[in-house]
Ligand binder design. Sequence first.
Ligand SMILES: Nc1nc2c(ncn2[C@@H]2O[C@H](COP(=O)(O)OP(=O)(O)OP(=O)(O)O)[C@@H](O)[C@H]2O)c(=O)[nH]1
Ligand SMILES: [Mg+2]
Length: 384
Amino acid sequence: MGVDFGEKHFDRELEELGLLVQTAGLEVCDRIVVKRKFPDSAFFIGTGKVEEIKALALGHGAGEIIFDQALSPAQQRNLEREIGLPVYDRTFLILEIFAQRARSHEGKLQVELARLQYLSTRLVRRWSHLERQRGGIGGRGGPGETQIELDRRMINESVKRVRERLSKLKKQRSTQRRQRQRNEVFNISLVGYTNAGKSSLFNAMVKARAYAADQLFATLDTTTRQLYLQQAQAHVSLSDTVGFIRDLPHGLVEAFQATLQEAVDADLLLHVVDASNPHFPEQIQEVTRVLAEIGASDVPMLLVFNKLDRIAAEQLPLSLQDTMEIDGRQIPRVFISAHSGQGIDTLRDVLAQWWLARRSSDDAYADGQDAADCEQEQGLDGQV
Ligand SMILES: Nc1nc2c(ncn2[C@@H]2O[C@H](COP(=O)(O)OP(=O)(O)OP(=O)(O)O)[C@@H](O)[C@H]2O)c(=O)[nH]1
Ligand SMILES: [Mg+2]
């Protein structure tokens, strides 16, 4: 179910929502798109449409209704009551997928935290009918309210516990990261919209076998491998990370802070883009936005336009290496295909050049520091 509010980048075919649904292990039996000027406060859509959906769902024997947009707890509840089926929104679906996919201890904790937070915002109003039904009898604090209080407290306690465990893991992670920094290894992080081909590129570059699949959020945990740059005769570390998506639930961004921290601390971001996806400009914007949100806007970036093999001949770029402007910055760009391997050698060359330039600027900086220290010492000596 998609509601078109006339926004520029509305996904009319509900393609991405369909992929999310499949990734969650469900099947799409129908797709409905309606136009509205603004959301109805009670039902999000008009009541006529609600009836129509109800009839359609019955005809298909559908098990649930999923909205592409975020519903308020009240809208969700009203729709469920009218249609007689569970009604979910995109946020819930994304959380569900993350819960199914999480493998590592840390990943599971992060998802749990995000789900608890999502739940706690719904809880009060979910239970409000109880509050109204029974709460009035004995004045304030009827059974409904007590139930809410109890559930609330339980959730808050769980949130606290999970947070504590996560912060321990975060410390371990930062120790590992410091170790890498001490070893003076440059860190390169793959970032990008989900399904762009980050894991495929990772596998192609380091001959690893990270899970790559035509699913959204195939990767949830960070994997790091050594990457040898022949031209620079140096090793760097390359990390494959979780993908981003439009309207990434805020709770998830917060919960995945530790995983996303990898990007913030990287020396270079390889922003992988699915160049064959017609929505790629919006996807780039979304990734840039999340990077800003987590504080990674200042990390140097290289755009990697992937899936070159799927671009029609007449749309192929003139040059496989150029720059692209994002938010007023000229970002170097390389076109590749993680599948056919085209452009990967060029990417390696670009990385080696980056490494050499970075190394020499670091050396210059270090020399500068030495000189400054020297001067300072001399100055001090002079004073003494
Ligand atoms: N045609 C083509 N398909 C590709 C290419 N690179 C990746 N794919 C496909 O795109 C899909 C997603 O690839 P992944 O490597 O899992 O993408 P990802 O960015 O790691 O995705 P998430 O981990 O889900 O965020 C898979 O079906 C890949 O086989 C490419 O160069 N060409
Ligand atoms: Mg992946």
